[in-house]
Design a binder for this molecule. Sequence first.
Ligand code: GLA
Length: 393
Amino acid sequence: MSSPALPSLSDRFAVRFGAAPALRVRAPGRVNLIGEHVDYVGGLVLPVAIDRAICAAASTNGRNVLRLVSEAAGIAPVEVPLVDLGPRTGSDGWLNYVLGVLAQYRELGWTVPGFDALFSGDLPLGAGLSSSAALETATALLLEGLTGRGLDPIERARLCQQAEHRHAGVPCGLMDQLAVGAGRAGHALLIDCRDLRVTPVPLPPDWSIIVADTRVKHTLADGEYRRRREDCEAAARALGVPTLRDVSLELLAANAFRLDERLARRARHAVTEIARVPAFVAAAAAGDATAAGTLLRASHLSLRDDFDVSCPELDALAEAAWRAGSELGVIGARMTGGGFGGATVTLVRRGREAELARHLEVDFAGRFGHIPSVFVTRPAGAAEIMPPDYPAP
Ligand code: GLA
């Protein structure tokens, strides 16, 4: 018996707004393999755009308002007058990622038309998988598509980052917006955050990526993020360099006396984490699972002990994967994203995903009383305006 087809994004848009949309866009989430909390110090990072995305459909409405619906947030349509694209609070907080982007294009001199938009998708929200950057980028592509103009992916990523700084008040680096905007199917992206050079890095075909979302988000995460950034800037100032990217392990060891205990740990995380990224790329190129696993574990421990951004739930998921080890095909595991909740990333031998996912769920549920959301993901392509024949999401 075949099940009835679910209504497509275009159909759902038509139900809400009375006609088919003029265009559809898709913006993937990202999982960072290694290089955590170093994008804002000009470091190296290695994210992967994933096959889960925010999708959106839109049409201009000929009025001076935006009518916005987010199925993902499960809320009623919001009407926003074009004269007021300012920041929102409370349950309208998600709008900041949309309005912030539109406000930035307006600052560039673009005219923002009134439009109707429906946001949807299968990317978990607030799980450390860059749902914010995906929503920003989806909005940017909607506006570009509706106005027939375009920015190049790096300019667009910078604009989205500014939107997040100004409207959402999060002083994020550029990794997420670049990963979403420059993803390449089958590849991770080596990004040098000093000059924004992006190099696609193929992953060994038998390495599979598992994301395990704790489904917890500890409060104060944004304030702590800002404090980590400030700590890194203070450490760089004390060491007399522009950013921690300019610090080698030797320089750090010789100048440790210039830093207090906390700043010394922050700097040690940044400097060692940046060094782990090219080492991981080399391990992946050589298919050296042991070296890759050691680096992922060292990254997690550094984020836990030196950078203080992990939490018991992330530690438990990483430890469960380490304990399973090669018996369940595990290559390595670590927390991913900003921390204080969110998800871990585990690399596992292809074919062993289901067994490992079950192990992580059972182990975690036994400790925390709820089941994490564990799924296999694949490196996907960049955010895009969907061609008309793109399969209905
Ligand atoms: C968040 C930020 C990124 C990056 C990561 C940590 O996702 O948006 O810029 O700093 O945290 O690596």
